[in-house]
Design a protein around this ligand. Structure first.
Ligand code: KG4
Ligand code: ZN
Length: 342
């Protein structure tokens, strides 16, 4: 089965062609294109929805052509279209969904509107050319979400914990902004943290000892702000800047790891997956893998090119749902606040 994936939920336009062998349960990415808008949004320090939407409008059609050409496939070989219908920016989602519906009408092939978070969950397994293992515990850490999910089966999810305020990626982005670093902050903070001493500044590990699986990163952000106000000389000292980044990053890692593995143990789950843009972070990946190995848990990490927003993960969810006989209604709308589970 050949599946086209379309992802336009935020500031990345992505199209991918997935070949899914239903008998072997083997997904293979034939080609993936991602058009990043970082340069367009960078001057504003964050995503400007209207600019993001217009970029999707410009890029989708040429990207479909490029994907088909690179994968040496013709449009009439496509069996299914999977498109993100939420959560995300309303106007951006509308471009992808309208485009997918139009393609489906014109070529009379089925289409499915997919939950972006469900895409992130399968991306870890897709990175290893595999379908998800059930049950497992999934940690999604992105710019908009920080969620621990009990993945019982396809489309059967239980939310174990989530952030009460900022998402992990949002915390990286906001702290980077305070440090006069460019958007998106995650990769820059990680790079600086590499040369820093993570134990040099004691930032709070919010809610780490609370008997729940909730996260809170806004207090950590405020603690960094207070530290910068009290220690203004950091602006002249590169080593000091690296120490701040490393100490902040370690505070994020400690709570993520502690809560995730505690949940896995409590739920008796022997597989844990890590996905979402923040899972590109090498320090997080390494700590996650080490902790899993210490606890005898199988750890599945999304490859960096499938950690950030991409269409291959959307295509795989569509393929799996199609296999289970899920059909889409033509009056399906976007849902900017679409939930995975409650
Ligand atoms: O999954 P994603 O591409 O988009 C959303 O669905 O939100 O995640 C983007 C987020 C941004 O906040 C970005 O700063 C963060 O992922 N990020 C990182 C790293 N690379 C991207 N955070 C920490 N370390 C990184 N290396
Ligand atoms: Zn995402």
């Amino acid at each position: 089965m050949k599946v086209i994936g379309i992802e336009t939920s935020c500031d990345e336009t992505s199209v991918a062609l997935l070949d899914f062998d239903e008998n072997q349960q083997l997904p293979k990415i034939l080609h993936q294109e991602v058009s990043s808008q970082i340069k367009i949004h960078q001057p504003y320090g964050g995503v400007v929805p209207e600019l993001a939407t217009r970029q999707h409008l410009i890029h989708l059609r040429p990207m479909i052509h490029k994907v088909l050409e690179r994968a040496q496939t013709k449009w009439h070989h496509i069996d299914l279209i999977g498109v993100t219908r939420g959560p995300g920016l309303a106007s951006s989602l509308m471009i992808g969904l309208s485009f997918a519906k139009a393609c489906a009408i014109a070529s009379e092939i089925p289409w499915l509107g997919i939950n972006h978070l469900e895409g992130h969950l399968v991306s870890a397994f897709l990175s290893h050319n595999s379908v998800p293992i059930y049950p497992h515990l999934g940690l999604i850490i992105s710019g908009g979400h920080t969620q621990i999910i009990h993945v019982k089966a396809l489309s059967d999810y239980e939310l174990i914990g989530s952030t009460r305020d900022d998402a992990a990626g949002e915390a990286f982005d906001k702290v980077a902004k305070m440090l006069d670093l460019p958007y998106p902050g995650g990769p820059v903070v990680e790079e600086l943290a590499r040369n820093g001493d993570a134990s040099s500044i004691s930032f709070p590990r919010a809610m780490i000892n609370k008997p729940n699986y909730s996260f809170s990163f806004s207090g950590l952000k405020t603690a960094v702000k207070l530290y910068l106000d009290e220690n203004p000389h950091w602006t002249h000292d590169k080593q000091h800047l690296s120490n701040i980044c490393a100490s902040f990053q370690q505070a994020v890692i400690d709570v993520l790891i502690h809560k995730t593995f505690k949940a896995a143990q409590e739920l008796n789950l022997t597989t844990v997956s890590l996905s979402g843009g923040v899972s590109c972070n090498q320090a997080i990946r390494q700590t996650f893998a080490e902790e899993a190995s210490r606890k005898g848990i199988k750890c599945v990490l999304a490859a960096p090119y499938l950690s950030t927003d991409n269409a291959s993960m959307i295509a795989l969810v569509a393929a799996l749902q199609h296999q289970q006989g899920v059909l889409q209604k033509w009056d399906t709308d976007i849902d900017p606040n679409l939930k995975l589970a409650s």
